[in-house]
Design a protein around this ligand. Sequence first.
Ligand code: NDP
Ligand code: 2IT
Length: 444
Amino acid sequence: MTVQDFMEKVAARNQNEPEFLQAVQEVVESVWDVYISNPQFLEAKILERIVEPERMILFRVPWVNDKGEVQVNRGYRVEFNSALGPYKGGLRFHPSVNLSILKFLGFEQIFKNSLTTLPMGGGKGGSDFDAKGKSDSEIMRFCQSFMLELYRHIGANTDVPAGDIGVGGREIGYLYGMYKKLENENVGVLTGKGLNWGGSLIRPEATGFGVVYFAEEMLKTIGESIEGKRVAISGFGNVAWGAVQKINDLGGKVVTLSGPDGYIYDEDGITDDKIDYMLYMRASNRDVVQDYGDEYNVPFHPDKRPWEVKCDVALPCATQNELDEVDADNLVRNGCICVSEGANMPCTPKAIEILQKNKVLYSPGKASNAGGVAVSGLEMSQNSLRLNWTREQVDERLHDIMKAIHYQCVQYGQGDDKYVDYVRGANIAGFLKVAQAMLDQGLI
Ligand code: NDP
Ligand code: 2IT
């Protein structure tokens, strides 16, 4: 059997799911040699089993808008793999959401969670709900209706959702309120909760902080650091917000942000005094980055991506497939030395090939954006202990976890020329732990 034979079978079973197949292809290519040289894995058909979700739940989400009109959305939860612990992963609310996207995200989450060193399985969920232009009460009613079905499938020891695109602290609050009303219990069934009701310090910043900690580790391998570097960031959501803060802390300068409408270029940098404006833009539900350009009188480039500007480090933090081969060529030509993914699968396979061929330090999201789910894991620990750790305690653990993930990538991904293939490293390290756990637990 070859990778191609294997992928043909997966493709036949998962038609019209390009994002899912893209994610599977990458992992299968990375782990293939390890897989076929281990008779136990082969006999137990670990890879065939790992690409099949343990359970997928699809449901109707009816709600009423401010005009009194009935609306219908679709809700999903993909419970992909529980070998390492309860299913764990975010909820995405975005009009583009479909089964292919949630299966790709759930699949990636298995290996990401494995890399964190914490006991968490992989899952993902969400809805095609579009928050753009919706009022706060509409968002609340939608979240309540969504939980009215989801609650029976999740639990603090079963499946623990969190945020992703379109789901932040506000949405988690409405979802948690409804869960509590239905189950009459206060438990760590969701993460990303508010600080006064079970949330963890640093969780909002965690993904962005983690991406930058990871980039710092990558840069160290070539004797470099974030200090003094020009950084291009895409998105202006939760992940981008945390990354900007940490880049500033470490003495770098972020010169771009982007949205579905284009990107802004701020030569003076997104300095600390401008960071709160990112929160304002997200909470406005307008979904445009042009507002930043107007507010600070800096250039806005409509319908363009930030990868055409000169930068040393690029952190794609918006969404999947937002950096293609043309963008990768531009980055290489402009002297970019490090691309670390904040979003899930933002670089296309061709872009990755170009970056790696040019020996640019490149890390896949499952390694570099794992800080978010890692601190979610720490939130679960604090909930179980009924204790809150300090900012410093959580940040230190996060930093240590990002270093541990980096170490695993180097261990399995470093080649003879010392260049680290972080894709191979992350996939093999993440896979081995899950595969062994599946073997240990028998045919389930
Ligand atoms: P947010 O909703 O806070 O921000 C997402 C940003 O990306 C927004 O600016 C959003 O604009 C933009 N965006 C979404 N879709 C598109 C699109 N098709 N084209 C251009 N821009 C788009 O989400 P997060 O910051 O939480 O998530 C960003 C990425 O990071 C996602 O890939 C997510 O999976 C990943 N991630 C998130 C983690 C977390 O803890 N939050 C953890 C690890 C990874 P708009 O909504 O208006 O389209
Ligand atoms: O993609 C991700 O890792 C997340 N959206 C965070 C998941 C979580 O459970 O915190």
